[in-house]
Design a protein around this ligand. Structure first.
Ligand code: TXA
Ligand code: MG
Length: 319
């Protein structure tokens, strides 16, 4: 493995792209300090250049190298949740290139918790700009195989760290403008953030900084998908003529509905979240006419999952 990490570092230093596992999803990494390398990320993903990337660091010690005017709350959140599934938006230091921030005055920073990501970051000794390693607008990858399917030859090396243990992208909190704002729900919950911040973060408003994860049609499968209650799903499934319907639920398949592909995830939100993207990838690959997804409970613990399901089922303009 040391050999592989060395190879990854050599590729990154030479301006190449390395996909690596994090505890949330796989990232597509490049040297933050090399705008040419960063541009390759946008080309590989098909992502518009103005969408900013998260800079991954080996430790919170490096925070002050990448951001300025850092509030105490940033250090408190870092101490509480790093390494871990939290991205903090701060005013950027001058060294962060425009190619990374999409020209914005802020930068997203995160110390990931995956051992392989940390080994890579320590060996690289710099910041790794990395979005999720999927094509723009598509499902995030939670296995090395997902990355291979999505990006294949566009990546110079894929580090395989097995399935991602959190499975949903990091929580993003914006601390760049006085009042903390939640831009994307994720593995670190609003309750956890509030406890450390001493206030409940606002939900990202219309003037929130650009975040492609905040676009309605993000994280979408190819198969048209609808979010429905269990009763409606059972009703539609009973009427289904053939196995052209796939169902993703947290309730088990009722007896007598053999004509649909029914996939049940955990009724516990963290376990559900861990398996969500893998399940969507699998069901999407069946090529069914429609995917029916059971709406999850309207409770704080389900916020991150509900957010991703809403996006997966919003068939807005596709990129
Ligand atoms: O868990 C994660 O965050 C994963 C892993 C690889 O770390 N990364 C990830 O990156 O999800 P990406 O690019 O797919 O989503 C990051 C989101 C995007 O919506 C981006 O626009 C937003 O973070 N973002 C990055 N920098 C920002 C900034 N300065 N202001 C506002 N949003 C920002
Ligand atoms: Mg993404």
């Amino acid at each position: 493995m040391t050999h592989t990490i060395d190879k990854a570092v050599a590729i990154l230093r030479a301006g190449g792209l390395v996909a690596f596992p994090t505890e949330t999803v796989y990232g597509l990494g490049a040297d933050t300090g090399n705008p040419e390398a960063v541009r390759k990320i946008f080309a590989a993903k098909g992502r518009p250049a103005e969408h900013p990337l998260i800079v991954h660091l080996a430790s919170a010690k490096h925070l002050s190298e990448w951001a300025i005017e850092i509030p105490a709350s940033a250090y408190e959140l870092a101490a509480a949740f790093w390494p871990g599934p939290l991205t903090i938006i701060l005013k950027r230091a001058r060294r962060v290139p425009d190619a990374v921030t999409g020209g914005q005055a802020t930068v997203g920073l995160r110390v990931p918790a995956h051992p392989l990501a940390l080994r890579l970051l320590r060996a690289f000794k710099g910041g790794l700009a990395a979005p999720s390693a999927n094509r723009f607008g598509r499902l995030s990858p939670t296995t090395a195989e997902h990355v291979r399917q999505e990006l294949g030859e566009r990546v110079d090396l894929i580090l395989d760290g097995g399935p991602c243990p959190v499975g949903l992208e990091s929580t993003i909190v914006d601390l760049s403008s006085g009042r903390p704002r939640l831009l994307r729900p994720g593995g670190v919950t609003v309750a956890q953030l509030s406890e450390v911040l001493g206030v409940v973060p606002e939900l990202g408003g219309r003037d929130a900084p650009r975040a492609s994860g905040t676009m309605k049609s993000h994280y979408a499968p190819h198969t048209p998908a609808r979010l429905l209650g269990l009763g409606d799903i059972i009703g539609l499934s009973q009427g289904a003529a053939s196995a052209r319907l796939a169902v993703l639920a947290y309730h088990p398949q009722p007896v007598g509905l053999a004509s649909v592909v029914w996939r049940t995830l955990s009724a516990e939100p963290a376990a559900y979240g861990r398996r969500l993207y893998a399940a969507l990838h699998e069901l999407d690959a069946l090529g069914c006419d429609e995917l029916l997804i059971e709406a999850v409970p309207d409770e704080p613990a389900w916020l991150a999952v509900a957010d991703r399901l809403r996006r997966a089922t919003t068939r807005a303009k596709r990129e």
